[in-house]
Structures are given as structure tokens and as C-alpha cells.
Design a protein around this ligand. Structure first.
Ligand code: PRP
Length: 208
């Protein structure tokens, strides 16, 4: 599997993911778990965030520390990507959030775009594309195509579950984009769902 793929080995991620998959987990708990997983996955995906030195005064004197030297943009893919925004905003209150609306055509499994309000020029240095499910990869490839046309230079995918087919498609289309997920599952089934997966993330999140 591609070097781009970073599967979390953190015990809390494994624990929460197992709860998330469980068919008996209700919508309210499902949303909480997605929020918590987003926070943990964002911690992993920002390990190489660029820093600049920063001097502050402590009650005891001067300390030289660091502060973030990149403006981060969260790019949730509607709808299910919305569930990953809150947890990350809590960790990084100054992020920008740019929504991209795509749905997957049930017959062709190809992404269809319905929302994009990106401004003319990029306003962020690091884009985190948020979507819990990397299935065929069509939605994330299309989103990253949009971001690169916009002028985004540094892009990462942050999600929950990936299928090998999605990782292969995303790696082939965007070999420079790291893929951070909680788990790599076995495969896609014949209707494009990840197996064993967690079902339809958008439906479980929004109760539809
Ligand atoms: C699901 C999921 C991803 C996409 C993944 O969204 O949330 O966005 O499918 O599939 P892909 O990798 O094959 O493109 P869906 O189209 O069901 O829309 P929703 O989030 O509005 O439910």
C-alpha cells in the first residue's frame, strides 16, 4: 500500500472507531464519536505543521517558544465531512472552513458537484480535506482537483475509513497528498460501500 497512507495506531482511535462501527450506536453518539475521532486524526495530520519562533513573557521571565506559521483551511466534503469540522475547530479555533458540496451518483458512483464558494485566490497555506469515508476515491480526488485549480499548495486528506480502492485512486491522482485515516478496511462491495465499514456515514450522522 502507498507510502502516502498513514493509518493511525493510537489506541483511543481504535477504541472509538470500534464504537462508531457498531450498528447499535445511535445518531447522537455517532456524531460525538466522529467529532472525537476528528480531533485525534487532526492531531496526527498536523505533526509537520510549520512553526515560527515566538517569544512570550512568563511570570518568571522570557521564554522562546513557537507558533503556527501556516493558515489552515478545513475543507469538509458535504454532507458527511461536516461531522469532522467541530472537533478540529475546538483544537484550532482560527482555522478557515471552506465547504465543497459533492454527492456520489448512486448508479455511476461518480461525484457530482453542487456547492463551491471558494474565493478567487487561496487564503490558506494548508488544506485539510475532511470526509469520513474514502470509498472509490472519486469525491476526494474531485475535491483536491478543485483545490489545486484554486492554487492550494499543501493538501492533506483526513478521514476515518478507507478502502484500498480509494487509497489507490487518490494516490494515483494526487501522489503528493498524505492520507490520514483511522483504519484501512478490506474492500468495497458491489454498491461501492466500504466493508466491513460503518454503513452510510452521512445517514448515520444526520439520521436520514
Ligand atoms: C459518501 C461519503 C463520501 C463519498 C465517498 O458521501 O461521505 O463523501 O460517499 O465515496 P467515494 O470515495 O466513492 O467518492 P455521499 O455521496 O453518500 O454523500 P453524503 O455525505 O451527502 O451522504
Amino acid at each position: 500500500m502507498s507510502d502516502q497512507l498513514q493509518v493511525s495506531s493510537h489506541p483511543l482511535v481504535k477504541h472509538k472507531l470500534t464504537r462508531l462501527r457498531d450498528v447499535d450506536t445511535d445518531h447522537r453518539r455517532f456524531r460525538e464519536l466522529v467529532r472525537e475521532l476528528a480531533l485525534l486524526m487532526c492531531y496526527e495530520a498536523t505533526q509537520d505543521l510549520h512553526l515560527r519562533p515566538k517569544v512570550v513573557n512568563t511570570p518568571m521571565g522570557e521564554a522562546t517558544g513557537s507558533e503556527a506559521d501556516e493558515v489552515i483551511g478545513l475543507v469538509p466534503i458535504l454532507r458527511a465531512g461536516l461531522g469532522l469540522v467541530d472537533g478540529i475547530q475546538e483544537l484550532l479555533p482560527s482555522v478557515q472552513v471552506w465547504h465543497i458540496g459533492l454527492y456520489r451518483d448512486e448508479a455511476t458512483l461518480r461525484p457530482v458537484q453542487y456547492y463551491n464558494k471558494l474565493p478567487d485566490a487561496p487564503t490558506v497555506q494548508l488544506c485539510l480535506v475532511l470526509d469520513p469515508m474514502l470509498a472509490t476515491g472519486g469525491s476526494s480526488v474531485a475535491t483536491i482537483d478543485i483545490l489545486k485549480r484554486w492554487g492550494a499548495k499543501r493538501v492533506k486528506y483526513v478521514g476515518v475509513l478507507a478502502a484500498p480502492e480509494g487509497v489507490a485512486a487518490l494516490s494515483a491522482a494526487h501522489p503528493d497528498v498524505p492520507i490520514h485515516v483511522a483504519e484501512l478496511d478490506e474492500r468495497l462491495n458491489d454498491i461501492g460501500f466500504i466493508v466491513p465499514g460503518l454503513g452510510d456515514a452521512g445517514d448515520r450522522m444526520f439520521g436520514t
